[in-house]
Design a protein. Sequence first.
Length: 187
Amino acid sequence: MKNTTSPQNPSNGKTYDLALTGLMTAVICILGPISIPLPMHLVPISLGSLAVYFVIYVTGMKRGILSVFIYLLLGIAGAPVFTGFTGGIGKALGPTGGYLIGYLFLALLGGFFIDRFPDKMILHIAGMLLGTAFLYLFGTLWLAYLAHYSFHTALWAGVIPYIPGDLVKIFLAVLTGMQVKKRLYKI
């Protein structure tokens, strides 16, 4: 049997995978509801994206997608894990729901780069930026459709003001994620 344990691809069994996925889902559930509403905007500043950046940096694509998926299911089921401590199908299908679903694109693309290019931080950041671009695109299209905005208006309502903050979140997630990854995968 091939040993797949390494800092890039730790695999200490199903219990380890389940525990790590549960822990990372909890990180998203704890940070996701924390938000700062912006005047004149439907989309608040959320720490949910910071949590997703951190989770995919620490766990990679598969566990990251699974953690985000479980988070979304919990929120859709009514757990108050979405921005502003809300939950329910209405929130997930509402004007800002596209950004929530966009977390899956972020986990897929960012996690792929992190898994595919171990020890190449610049490519990790590039993957997170690409994932964020897809999150923005999906969220903006969703917002434009449901709020009856033009694409340009939705872009200004849901993306442009958030770009600097998301760049800071990526930087913080990489810095903290590197440290956590080193300690977590020493096991």
